[in-house]
Design a protein around this ligand. Structure first.
Ligand code: CU
Ligand code: CU
Length: 395
């Protein structure tokens, strides 16, 4: 499983692993999937992937193809897309800024706003081969919002929270004229104020990111990876809602069972992230093989109100934030320390450092099961594809 992490938590080695793979793909990937061919796919399928409900699933599939191409070119399954939370990390002078020399490179310079530093600077290192008529230069161009007139700002955490609260997924007429709904709010086709989320980020980066060849700028993938995470967050926050709309009534390619050009993949095929070999570092779950070490915690998605911790007295506890007493605990007496593992056969097990079993959920025999810390205040173990959990606490 590829773990898509916040770029602000990547080590120097992880940043280099990602940028090296991107450079390698640009130099020549599989015949049908080089970097520049992927840019062409975006340019040639604008109406399939934008201005409608398929905005999220089309880009989800597109990101999966890019991520798999990176893994393939480096023969390294651990490569995962990082995401840029532009609502949090939006200043060059604070923690988590991605536009650095050792990662994405900085703002453009001079009269043509050419990017001059980092792995993607200059035509010889990073030639833009697929361009539209509005792009005269064969090199990467950025013009951050603060250097534009009038100045553009990035969306704020309040904008993100507002969008995540919106239901349903999308509304009639299912296109850029839709006046409400999570999709158009997040894609950014609803006029201001406070929204314009995804489109505003393209505009803020400026230059190469403002055209339909925007994947020419590698920040595209980090931006869309965060957009994809927001859809995943929205689905968990609104489990009472239909995950995708509509079944019928949108233009071709945007209904639940329409193939999304240029692929045969349908929105219905990409509704869940864990069917597709990746998950996010914020997702409230522990998948088969993953481990909690003492002091580690899994939070429920969204507001992180509930959390499950493997604590320094050797016990697993489930908490609601602000409450002095756990909602559930594996025991109330001190145990020898070790680790808590979601084992491959479906059992959640605490073992001490000598591998003696201290506690388990007694759910062996369910291969591939995973633990979810739910936003409704329970922790459950699910089998893949089965909606009824095999274990839930508090029960
Ligand atoms: Cu796009
Ligand atoms: Cu976009």
């Amino acid at each position: 499983m590829a773990l898509r992490k916040n770029q602000n938590s990547l080590s120097a080695a992880e940043k280099k692993q990602f940028t090296d793979a991107v450079i390698a793909l640009k130099a020549g990937g599989r015949d049908d999937n080089t970097y520049d061919q992927l840019v062409s796919v975006h340019l040639n399928n604008i109406l399939a992937g934008h201005f409608g409900p398929a905005f999220f699933p089309w880009h989800r599939e597109y990101l999966i193809q890019f991520e798999q191409a990176l893994q393939h070119i480096k023969n390294d399954q651990s490569i995962a897309l990082p995401y840029w939370d532009w609502s949090a990390n939006q200043s060059a002078t604070s923690f988590g800024w991605p536009f650095t020399q050792d990662f994405l490179g900085g703002n453009g310079q001079g009269s043509n706003w050419q990017v001059m530093d980092g792995p993607f600077a200059g035509e010889s290192k990073w030639p833009l081969k697929v361009r539209t008529g509005t792009e005269p230069y064969p090199f990467l161009v950025r013009r951050f919002g603060s250097s534009q007139q009038p100045q553009i700002s990035l969306p704020t955490p309040a904008d993100v929270q507002a969008a995540l609260g919106v239901t349903p997924y999308d509304v009639d007429p299912w296109n850029s004229a839709s006046q409400s709904g999570f999709r158009s709010m997040t894609e950014g086709t609803i006029p201001p104020p406070g929204d314009h989320m995804h489109i505003r980020v393209h505009a803020w980066v400026g230059g190469s990111m403002t055209t339909f060849t925007s994947p020419n700028d590698p920040v595209f993938w980090l931006h869309h990876c965060y957009v994809d995470r927001l859809w995943s967050d929205w689905q968990v926050l609104h489990q009472d809602q239909v995950a995708y709309l509509p079944r019928l009534g949108a233009r071709s390619g945007h209904n639940l069972y329409d193939p999304m050009p240029p692929w045969t993949v349908r929105p219905a095929d990409v509704l869940s992230t864990w069917d597709h070999g990746y998950h996010y570092d914020t997702d409230g779950f522990l998948v088969a093989g993953e481990v909690l070490y003492p002091g580690q915690t899994i939070y429920s998605m969204g507001d992180h109100r509930y959390y499950l911790s493997y604590e320094n007295d050797g016990n697993l506890r489930f908490w609601q934030r602000g409450w002095g007493r756990p909602l559930w605990q594996s025991s109330d007496s001190k145990k020898p320390l070790g680790k808590c593992t979601m084992e491959s056969q479906g059992n959640l097990v605490i073992r001490d450092n000598n591998n003696n079993k201290i506690w388990d959920s007694q759910t062996d025999g369910h291969p591939g099961s995973f633990l979810v810390v739910r936003p409704d205040g329970k922790a459950s173990i699910f089998q893949p594809g089965v909606p009824t959990p095999i274990w839930t606490r508090p029960s």
